[in-house]
Write a protein that binds this ligand. Sequence first.
Ligand code: ZN
Length: 245
Amino acid sequence: MRKNDRISACGRTINYEIIYSKKRKKAAILVRPDMKVEFRAPQGLSADTIRGMVEGKARWIFKKLEWFEENKLPDQKKQYCEGEIYLYLGREYPLRITLTNNVKRPLAFFKDSELMVEIPENTSEDQVSFPVKKAVWNFYSKCAEEEVEKLLKIYSKKLEVTTPVFKVKHQNKRWGSCSAKNILRINFQLIMAPPRQLEYVVVHELCHIKEKNHSARFWKLVRELMPDYEEHRNNLKKEGWKYVL
Ligand SMILES: [Zn+2]
């Protein structure tokens, strides 16, 4: 569950989003590089208690916000190092790197809410990030392909078109496209987004099979397939900067 709230401190306002989680035991405040303040709360923590905690941390929050304002990193790339947080279908997983004799090639998978990467033991320490990156990219591409295929099957039926040929790959600054020959291209990094945002992009590109431009007729089709698409479209605009590997 999510809720927006705000407090005043030192003559300024702090807007923040409360994100409740059943699993969480301890509260935490997060200032994100996009200048958003998140309050991660265990289920049941009252809004008043949270306000008090945000107030107590106000100075720290302002300092963080100022730092991000001065050090804006629009395209922050991943470092592929231990403990770094990776998004997958909108959820966050810490990266765990294991050097092991069990693999000949780098391998990525999920285990116990962590993104595990196993790389051959003979990899030298200063060269770890490259095979880790390769493993994560391969794994995410494969997962993205499966998700997109599933969605295309469902929505092609609804739109009454044959399931189109599609490619899932890395596209710079683009989430998807539909060619004149109706070949769909979807950016694999969308697998980092919450499922409904990925779904929106797939629906959007699929509707271009019937309507090539962004006419009122096009948006009507999108709405028929996904009545709440606007919410997910806006969220993708707001949060898309995070889906970078
Ligand atoms: Zn379009």
